[in-house]
Ligand binder design. Sequence first.
Ligand code: BTN
Length: 266
Amino acid sequence: MIDKNSFLKKLNTDIFGRHFYSLDTIDSTNRYALELARSGKPQGTVVAADYQTGGKGRLNRSWISPPGKNLLFSILLYPQTTIESAQKITLGAAVSVHKTITRLLADLAVKDYTLEVKWPNDVIANDKKLCGILTESVLKNNRIAALVMGFGINLNMDPDEAGVDLASGVISLKHIAGKEINRQNFLSAFLRQFEADYFDMEKQSYINVVAQWKARSNCFGKSIRVNTGYGLEDAVFYDLSEQGFLMYKTSDGTIRELAAGEALWQ
Ligand code: BTN
């Protein structure tokens, strides 16, 4: 379990993580953080757990992670904006994860790796999944009453420890860095980065997020199969819209937008 006192001593943020719940086992840190939102806990409250018995992934999938190896945490946010910006805040969070990893690997003088963000909210290293983000919101009158953003970041697990849903195509930072990654230090570095990025995004009305995300993505021109909810369609990743939605080109050249749903990468 992350030791709360030593974590708070290291943490150099203004508000992110200052209210910190470190749990041994919970069903889902997102579910718990949503409960904290309902009881009015402050912005930046973080819930971290060593193990989740009902970890949630996107599209009703489960998120399985062995006890004590990776980072499983959720952060509670009250962004002053409409629901249209929720997608961009998630893209921004993926950018912050990307920046944190890039800095850590630079400090460790690790050079031989690739790192990219992948729509909608994954971070991919050496073509394998390193981090997934699940954003859940509480809405009121078309505005965001609260946002819970949950992060599963593979720090130290070995490939054979990945659960069934994650069995293929996952990687952990340890395997790129060649050494164990300290969970407390990583979480603290990430929260500092994300806090700065989050308030910058808010100040700039979320206009730079899409460009920042695009600069770290390798998706453009890649073949995808889009699950629109009505069926599967072969397409090419074309662009990211102003709102952060996926724009894809179908085989007859039509360009369409996908807000939610799923893009299966070929
Ligand atoms: C994805 O499908 O890629 C998103 C995975 C998000 C997993 C994290 S782990 C911590 C937090 N609590 C959950 O139940 N899910 C998120």
